[in-house]
Write a protein that binds this ligand. Structure first.
Ligand code: OSB
Ligand code: MG
Length: 369
């Protein structure tokens, strides 16, 4: 597969509803999309970096520069046998995993199309449908949060995850549990706590949560291991797991009992598959996280979620929860049973709406060898 050209673009899309985490509120997304032009076939990738370096050190303008100055030149004009070989070409560049993933994943998409098979099969997936949960941000009031949960439960979602931070946690979880004693419920702190708050975090045990996601520092594993020994609730790591090596360390030290795999955070499908395999061999269940993706990243998350050890409902949910109109056709739909059906079509099974993307584009650059 020869990589002849790469097109980078930034699109802007307002969210249907703002999304708030412990690090801030987002009303509208700026998203970097990448097209890899390979032997007459176009592969699409999405960079999941945020508008600001708050979830991780990467952000969309850093990813654009990293791709155009370093990553694209490493592959342009070259022939590679498989998208699997891409990660090795980037090894000189430290970090910048979301930028790497945007390019690597576009090549996986191109390879699936060229070999006329579904991306999920190329990745080694086995599922014909995947189980969906929702991540619900911090709201202006607890009443608004309860209304949102009610709507998502009625839509069929199989797991509710709420964002927490000091001041929006025990009080909120209490209200949720007193209304719904038995739903599958998780919370995600996005690193909002420190080890001084062990007693406070231990009080979350009373809510019978499926997990508490990333309670401590974004780059920490060691203190999560200490915290996990103090909690009955399973810790799930998100931010800390940036590679297969970190996943192995987290599992070996007992820092978590569950891992959230985000393909962008770990640098692409190749590394995501490695983490999946390590967790499977160690009996650690995984699920697919989300980063408020457009349809392109969402379709990639769906393909990844078909791997066998994705046994817990992911944060991969319907397009309409985010966008008035998504950039893929059909948009992602979730059944009343909370499932997404997997397409047997080649590639992602979703058509990229290039006309709409053109209208949403605010910046574009084509790179050639
Ligand atoms: O921690 O999972 C997270 C969104 C942006 C940054 C970090 C996270 C999230 C989400 C949203 O929880 C998941 C989604 O609905 O895409
Ligand atoms: Mg998270």
């Amino acid at each position: 597969m020869k990589i002849e050209a790469i097109t980078l673009r930034e699109i802007q899309m307002p969210l249907v509803h703002f999304f708030e985490t412990s690090f801030g509120r987002t009303y509208s997304r700026r998203i970097v999309l990448l097209t890899a032009h390979c032997d007459g076939v176009d592969g699409w990738g999405e960079c999941v970096a945020g508008e600001d370096p708050f979830y991780s050190s990467e952000w969309i303008d850093s990813s654009w520069l990293t791709i155009s100055r370093y990553l694209a030149p490493a592959v342009l004009g070259r022939s590679i046998e498989s998208a699997r070989d891409c990660a090795a070409l980037f090894s000189k560049v430290r970090g910048h995993r979301m930028a790497k993933a945007a390019l690597e994943n576009a090549l996986w998409d191109a390879e699936a199309k060229q070999t006329n098979q579904p991306l999920w099969k190329l990745l080694g997936g086995t599922r014909t449908e995947i189980s969906c949960g929702v991540s619900i941000g911090i709201q202006d009031s607890v009443e608004q949060l309860l209304d949102k949960i009610q709507i998502e439960l009625a839509a069929g979602y199989r797991r509710i995850k709420v964002k927490v931070k000091p001041g929006w946690d025990v009080n909120v979880l209490e209200k949720i549990r007193s209304r719904w004693a038995d739903i599958t419920l998780s919370c995600d702190a996005n690193s909002a706590y420190t080890l001084d708050q062990v007693e406070h975090l231990r009080s979350f045990d009373q809510f019978n949560l499926l997990m508490i996601e990333q309670p401590l520092w974004d780059d920490d594993i060691f203190y999560h291991a200490r915290l996990q020994k103090e909690l009955r609730t399973a810790i799930c790591l998100d931010e800390s797991i940036v590679s297969a090596r970190k996943a192995a360390i987290a599992v070996e030290t007992g820092a978590c009992r569950i891992i959230n795999i985000k393909v962008g955070r770990v640098g692409g499908f190749t590394e995501a598959k490695k983490i999946h395999d390590i967790c499977q061999s160690q009996k650690i269940p995984v699920w697919c996280g989300g980063m408020l993706e457009s349809g392109i990243g969402r379709a990639h998350n769906i393909a990844l979620s078909t791997l066998e050890n994705f046994t817990l409902p992911g944060d991969v949910s319907a397009s309409k929860r985010y966008w008035k109109e998504d950039i893929i056709d059909p948009e992602v739909r979730v059944s009343p049973q909370g499932m997404i059906a997997i397409s047997g079509q080649p590639g992602t099974g979703y058509r990229v709406k290039e006309d709409l993307i053109e209208k949403l584009t605010v910046k574009k650059e084509t790179l050639r060898a």
